[in-house]
Design a protein around this ligand. Structure first.
Ligand code: AMP
Length: 497
């Protein structure tokens, strides 16, 4: 049983062996060299008895991460994607929950890996680089990937992703977004999440393109590197940081960065709602609105705006090939166009179930549909808008259903607001009281008193959407991917009141 992904890389190695597959701060690997390196890693894992086992990766974003991941697939192991961005305690519980037999660590992560390993063996990544002694290893089991949900609305759950599903997603997105061997993808996402792995890395490699990996997101560096890239995929927080850095830069640097932006073929956004104003910044600079898409760890990417054609701000486009969606009301019946309801999905990339959690799996499917837990609406021409997570973003206030994301988009236009999260805090009168938690723009803290923000909001929002309370904080609680942890925010607000 071989790895279809690694076989595909083998074909790329024979047709374009000299083309650069991966570039990181330490150097580059051609497709030919990548194929060799992956076979060495697979042989080393097999020699350690790890074929068919789970192997956790605790490595920075680098060629080393990618060769360890592909080595797992080639040896029939399942790669467990961890990140040093997690706190030690979280890592410890994820390693235990995953049942990993080994952790592959880099120089900077060996110490933490040893602390969180429990019964797992820690392997230094460089040990896997030794040229293999015997022939090519033959995998006896199917390799795969184990991801953890981002935990913004609950404890992280293990999501097993088959290699077949990852390949399907990579090929579908590569075709939908026009990836070619000539592309240079600037990879700025952490490699412990479906966005960084399944959407970014796998799409680039399957297309035979060059993937330039940055070890971490640094806005100025990203701008500097964009000059030699054709594509960039990011989360909204990263797009925001890019434009903050842009606004703070010298006119010379801005002029250079603008030239780079104009030459980009594709900028995408996902993992959270892209504020329309931020999308418009990209349009003004590069000439095109970013391509926004929607997905989840459990289902891959299922909705996307088009590479060519209308990219409609505030929407996540239409279902990708092979995807069916249904938007249902509280009783499970489909709602009419334009009406909000819960988004259900059927797609070849929907997972089979949570790792060792049959009850959670059962609760997430209804009549063969995956229940996303997101509220969405669909325009009569098929474009979908995500209104937020039903559990934390859809508030029921005074009998009305509100989308926190819509209110956030309006408040973001306030000149004193740098960041915003709208949450519902349980309240006897309102059910959910709409509370706006704001981070002030530098030098504007004085402009954000509750009375004036509410007056400003009243002029722009229907009365029942106007926040009942306005709280200014220094920082919003975010997870490793930059998403606001709304449950945590509500907990803090309740504690403080
Ligand atoms: P994750 O599994 O960490 O990728 O989180 C998936 C969740 O992120 C979805 O259920 C949505 O709530 C949210 N999400 C992903 N993409 C978008 C998007 N383009 N707009 C709004 N929310 C999104």
């Amino acid at each position: 049983m071989g790895s279809a992904f690694v076989e595909h890389l083998g074909r790329l190695a024979s047709t374009q062996g000299e083309r650069v597959a991966l570039r990181d701060d330490a150097g580059e690997l051609t497709y030919g060299a990548l194929r060799e390196r992956v076979t060495d890693v697979a042989a080393a894992l097999t020699a350690r008895g790890l074929a068919g086992k789970r192997v956790a990766l605790l490595l920075p974003s680098s060629t080393e991460w990618v060769t360890a991941f592909l080595g797992c697939l080639a040896s029939g192991a399942t790669a467990v994607a961890l990140t040093e961005l997690y706190a030690e305690r979280e890592l410890e519980s994820l390693v235990r929950a995953s049942g990993a037999s080994a952790i592959v660590a880099g120089e900077a992560t060996t110490e933490v890996a040893t602390k969180v390993a429990g019964g797992a063996t820690v392997i230094a990544a460089e040990e896997l680089r030794q040229p293999r002694a015997g022939g090519e290893p033959t995998a006896t089991a199917a390799g795969g990937l184990l991801l953890f949900t981002s935990g913004t609305t609950g404890r992280p759950k293990g999501v097993p992703i088959t290699e077949e599903s990852a390949l399907h997603l990579g090929r579908t997105l590569g075709a939908a977004w026009g990836f070619e061997p000539e592309d240079v993808l600037l990879h700025v996402l952490p490699l412990h999440h479906v966005h960084g792995i399944g959407v970014s890395l796998v799409v680039g490699l399957l297309a035979g393109a060059t993937v330039r990996l940055l070890p971490r997101f640094d806005a100025e560096r990203v701008w500097d590197e964009l000059g030699s890239a054709t594509a960039l995929m990011g989360v909204p927080t990263q797009h925001k940081k890019l434009f903050d850095a842009f606004d703070a830069a010298t006119p010379e640097r801005r002029a250079r960065w603008e030239r780079s932006a104009r030459l980009l073929r594709l900028v995408t956004s996902g993992s959270a709602a892209l504020p329309a104003a931020l999308g418009e910044r990209w349009r003004a600079l590069s000439g095109r609105y970013p391509l926004e898409r929607y997905g989840m760890t459990e289902i891959g990417i299922v909705l996307s705006n088009p590479e060519h054609g209308e990219r409609r701000p505030g929407t996540v486009g239409k279902p990708l090939p092979g995807v069916s969606v249904r938007i249902v009301g509280d009783g499970g019946e489909p709602v009419s166009d334009g009406e909000p309801g819960e988004l259900w999905v059927r797609a070849p990339t929907v997972f089979a179930g949570y790792d060792g959690d049959a009850a959670a799996t059962l609760a997430s499917f209804r009549d063969g549909w995956f229940v996303t837990g997101d509220t969405a609406k669909c325009a009569d021409d098929g474009y979908l808008t995500i209104l937020g997570r039903t559990s934390v973003d859809i508030l029921k206030s005074g009998g009305e259903k509100l989308s926190a994301l819509e209110i956030e988009d309006t408040l973001r236009e306030h000149p004193g607001v740098a960041e915003v999260a709208v949450v519902g805090v349980p309240d006897e009168t309102w059910g959910d009281a709409v509370v706006a938690v704001l981070v002030a723009r530098a030098g504007h803290a004085g402009a954000l008193d509750e009375q004036s923000v509410r007056a400003w909001a009243k002029a722009r929002l229907t009365a029942y959407k106007v926040p009942k309370r306005v709280v200014v904080v220094d920082e919003l609680p975010r997870n490793a991917l930059g998403k606001v942890m709304k449950n945590e925010l509500v907990r803090r607000l309740r504690e403080a009141s």
